[in-house]
Design a protein around this ligand. Structure first.
Ligand code: ADP
Length: 442
């Protein structure tokens, strides 16, 4: 059993950079957890704190219920694989894999058995006597994995292990690492900035931004129920389309209005809106999120969804073979004087639709697209959190986020109090003046 518990962990570098804030997560034995997020979001720092290569500023780290904060890296029973392989160039593949075990003074026969078993699992048996320079990038990465495997650690930590490989090899190694995880049945923690790697490999994914957890969930859950705008935009390619919108209508018939369009928001969705009264006909801004794949240009779909269509102008069509991308703008296409060529930077595509490869839609065409509104997402523009029950509510909302929201609420209440005070003072002054005039008049 090798579960991990990260309990309110913080990392503040001596320079003052707060790289990780209130990281709280439990990782079960044999899980394949992926930390994903843009560069600088604190993924490697968190991994390095688990490995013991970086001190934990605050909070507690447990592996198998034992507090690890003050335990030396070599005594944590973990193995780490880095992006740059970190192989010894003068040693053979065999010696590279055996080196760590020799240092630990393991009996020679045991080392030999472990190295050969790792080589068998990784398909490196015929390369054992080669030096790293005579290996391909993928083979080198496998040796780096082998060096971790022979240690038989409780936890594997992998820091962007595939980013030095070309796209094809990366895809191949991705499936190899997933297979390795199944075979070894050990806990894996994998760091990447690549959402495709995260989606394909992780049993659960932890999305990070600015050192703060945004959501922890299974890959499909992240895609189907993003907790906030950041996760919605980060998971999925091309990115989800976002439109500033307001909600109008009645409780029984809610409309979502954006870009001069008014779409019927079906009861199945509107009944899930948290605090609908705050938004309905109040002008409180929301953001509707629609994934490119949830727009359709086929007749059948459009005729079945008359109240949920948009009219757009197609600027560019990209035929990718298996699917077609439409880069579209709302409103009329600008009429240019004859002979005037529009600047490239002026084309501001407002949305992307991913339609069937057999679509006949052409560039510079005005088209109607049907929206699969049941799969759309709704966020509060101010808090950026999902306002659909079962999306935002289920997700992990970090303590700091709650504090920020609470602070926003307090600030709002304070502003309202000041406004009310000012109005009361104005009213009192008006009354006093009226009374004075009355007295003067008498
Ligand atoms: P990621 O792995 O997500 O790209 P890192 O964990 O490497 O991000 O970095 C998180 C933040 O901490 C960044 O702002 C980075 O500049 C900062 N950082 C990383 N290492 C150090 C360090 N040794 N000293 C000061 N700041 C650091």
């Amino acid at each position: 059993m090798s579960g991990l518990k990260l309990d309110h962990i913080y990392k503040i570098y001596p320079s003052g950079v707060q790289a990780v804030t209130d990281f709280t997560m439990e990782i079960e034995d044999k899980e394949f957890i992926v930390f994903v997020g843009p560069s600088g979001c604190g993924k490697s720092t968190t991994l390095r704190m688990i490995a013991g290569l970086e001190e934990i500023s605050d909070g507690d780290l447990y592996i198998d219920n034992i507090r690890m904060n003050d335990i030396q890296p070599k005594d944590r029973d973990i193995a780490m694989v880095f992006q740059n392989y970190a192989l010894y160039p003068h040693m053979t593949v065999y010696d590279n894999m055996a080196f760590g075990l020799k240092l630990r003074k393991m009996p020679r026969a045991e080392i030999d058995a472990r190295v050969k078993e790792a080589a068998r699992i990784l398909g490196l048996e015929t390369y054992l006597q080669r030096k790293p320079k005579a290996l391909s990038g993928g083979q080198r990465q496998r040796v780096a994995l082998g060096r971790a495997i022979v240690r038989e650690p409780k936890v594997f930590l992998l820091d962007e292990p595939l980013s030095n490989l070309d796209a094809k090899l990366r895809a191949q190694m991705r499936t190899e690492i997933t297979k390795l995880h199944h075979r070894l049945a050990t806990t894996f923690i994998y760091v990447t900035h690549d959402q495709i790697e995260a989606m394909t490999m992780g049993t659960r994914i932890c999305v990070l931004k600015d050192g703060i957890i945004q959501q922890v969930d299974a890959p499909q859950k992240l895609y189907d129920y993003p907790a906030n705008l950041f996760v919605a935009g980060f998971i999925g390619t091309p990115q989800m389309n976002f439109f500033d919108a307001v909600l109008t209508g009645t409780k029984d018939k809610v409309y979502v209005e954006f870009e001069n369009h008014k779409l019927l928001y079906p009861k199945a969705k509107s009944s899930k809106i948290i605090n609908l009264d705050d938004y309905l006909n109040t002008g409180k801004p929301v953001v509707i999120g629609i994934r490119p794949e949830d727009f359709h240009d086929d007749e059948m779909f459009i005729s079945n969804s008359k109240e949920t269509v948009v009219e757009v102008n197609v600027e560019v069509v990209e035929r990718l073979g298996a699917e077609t991308l439409l880069y579209c703008v709302f409103g009329e296409q600008e009429e240019l004087e004859e002979g005037v060529i529009k600047s490239l930077v002026e084309t501001n595509t407002q949305m992307i639709a991913k339609v069937d490869a057999r679509s006949n839609t052409q560039a510079h065409q005005k088209v109607t697209l049907g929206v699969d509104i049941l799969h759309s997402h709704l966020f509060d523009k101010e808090t950026e959190l999902s306002i659909l029950e079962g999306e935002g509510t289920k997700a992990y909302v970090p303590v700091v986020e709650l504090e920020r929201l609470q602070k926003l609420e307090e600030e709002k209440a304070e502003k309202e109090r000041i406004k009310a005070e000012k109005e009361a003072a104005k009213l009192a002054a008006k009354e006093a003046k009226a009374n004075k005039n009355k007295v003067d008049g008498e």
